[in-house]
Design a protein around this ligand. Structure first.
Ligand SMILES: Nc1nc2c(ncn2[C@@H]2O[C@H](COP(=O)(O)OP(=O)(O)OP(=O)(O)O)[C@@H](O)[C@H]2O)c(=O)[nH]1
Ligand SMILES: [Mg+2]
Length: 437
């Protein structure tokens, strides 16, 4: 299929949070990922958007000329537009107009390979379209010569709109319940797995090399590609660290600046799998001159999904392809424990493995657990699964002094025994297990 020729447009408002030196940098790669060929770029600095067309009248003219000159078929906006603005712009420039959210939704739609991801994208797209139905219809009416323009607004168009709305609402409900069902099943599986294993999540900006790293570390065949959002669904495999140690490693969807709101909402559960990981590997592509911005974005999204406080290791990837990068120096001074690797060549992956192994063993704590003397289940577990350093008998209870791994402790708690940890009843298991007894 031939690429659509695209004119890229950005209105730089005071709250613009992209790259000030190259404001269209990200939109360019998003457009390329969606299969468009950017042929012209138009910028406008503005204090606030024009209500009708977002950019000013003169700029609209410029866009229309660029379309003619470069024989472009589509205009892609860095900004999100209202349905009315899109309709107005399309009329004036005589080409299709797409905004940033639509573009990202489109990419996600083309990438969704699992059932769950397809449902999630469909939900996000419908949610995005829903408030636009009215504008879409009146727009259609206008370009079809203003079909049934009866008195006021109660024409067939309005009835059609109601029907459409009802259909969409029903469909939204159906999608939500289907997704909830899949996710419920998955959550239970993840929870069960996390009790048995130490889990590690790969997170990072899209195209950072997460899947490549995942493949190198687990010798698995996950789809890696030089495209944004190559991975939409979380994949988990065992990662053998050597010396009999193993953790569960998860590959996840990449992040990008200003992810459309609906997309974050419908992918929240997928992103939240990262929340449940015991350790996050935050992968940064240091061959990208904007890697500091990318890291900022990633931390932002992690905060959004409630994973901002998870323990993490910073992984500086693509050191083989690194040019001089001022951002890298900043990163390394702020994160002295960051690990430089090349997922592609395998360089320094041993150091990464070592760091994860440290994190795994760092979880082992010495603590005192009190159990009832009659609680055979707890006592058997402690005797067989932990290193018992001492036993102190009281009337009906016994205090075990043990060295116990965090996941062992979680498992013990899930078994519903009488084992208790003084003063930690309120704390979540993983935080608790890190607090020395
Ligand atoms: N030079 C170099 N390229 C790498 C390295 N690691 C990954 N790449 C390339 O970077 C591109 C993106 O890799 P992926 O592993 O798909 O990235 P990702 O983070 O999974 O991307 P999404 O799933 O889209 O978020 C691919 O073309 C990889 O071959 C590396 O260490 N060095
Ligand atoms: Mg990937």
């Amino acid at each position: 299929m031939e690429s659509e020729r695209a004119v890229l447009v950005a209105a730089l408002l005071p709250d613009f949070n992209g790259n000030p030196h190259d404001p269209l940098d990200e939109l360019r790669s998003l457009a390329g990922t969606a299969g468009a060929l950017p042929v012209a770029e138009i910028l406008q600095k503005k204090g606030k958007p024009e209500p009708a067309t977002f950019i000013g009248r003169g700029k609209v003219q410029e866009v229309a000329e660029a379309i003619r000159l470069h024989e472009a078929q589509v205009v892609i906006f860095e900004n999100d537009l209202t349905p009315r603005q899109i309709a107005n712009l399309e009329e004036r420039v005589e080409a299709k107009v797409v905004d940033r959210s639509e573009l990202i939704l489109d990419i996600f739609a083309s990438r969704a390979t699992t059932h769950e991801a397809r449902l999630q994208v469909e939900l996000a797209q419908l949610q995005y379209t829903f408030p636009r139905l009215r504008a879409m219809w009146s727009h259609l009416e206008r370009i079809s010569g203003g079909a049934p323009t009866g008195i006021g607004t109660r024409g067939p168009g309005e009835q059609q709109l109601e029907v459409d709305r009802r259909i969409v609402r029903k469909k939204l409900g159906l999608l939500r319940s289907q997704i909830a069902e899949i996710q419920g099943r998955k959550e239970r599986a993840v929870a069960a797995r996390n009790l048995d294993h130490f889990s590690v999540g790969l997170v990072g900006y899209t195209n950072a090399g997460k899947s490549t790293l995942f493949n190198s570390l687990t010798a698995a065949g996950t789809y890696a590609d030089d495209k944004l959002f190559a991975t939409l669904s979380t994949k988990t495999r065992e990662w053998k660290l050597g010396g009999g140690d193993a953790v569960m490693l998860s590959d996840t969807v990449g992040f990008v600046r200003n992810l459309p709101h609906h997309l974050v909402a419908s992918f929240k559960a997928t992103l939240e799998e990262a929340v449940h990981a015991h350790l996050l590997l935050l992968v940064v592509d240091v061959s990208d001159p904007h890697c500091l911005d990318h890291l900022k974005t990633v931390r932002h999204v992690l905060d959004d999904v409630g994973a901002g406080e998870r323990p993490f290791l910073l992984v500086l990837n693509k050191i083989d392809a690194m040019a001089h990068n001022a951002d890298l120096l900043v990163l390394e001074s702020e994160h002295p424990d960051a690990i430089r690797v090349s997922a592609k060549s395998g360089d320094n992956l041993a150091a990464l493995t070592e760091a994860v192994r440290d994190a795994l063993h760092g979880q082992v704590q010495e603590m005192v657990l009190t159990v009832d003397q009659a609680d055979g289940k707890a006592i058997t577990f402690l005797e067989n699964r932990t290193e018992v350093l001492g036993r102190d008998y009281a009337d009906t209870t016994v205090d075990f002094r043990v060295r116990i791994g965090g996941n062992q402790l979680d498992r013990l708690r899930a078994m519903d025994t009488t084992a208790r940890l003084p003063g930690e009843a309120e704390a979540p298991p993983w935080r608790a297990s890190r607090t020395p007894a």
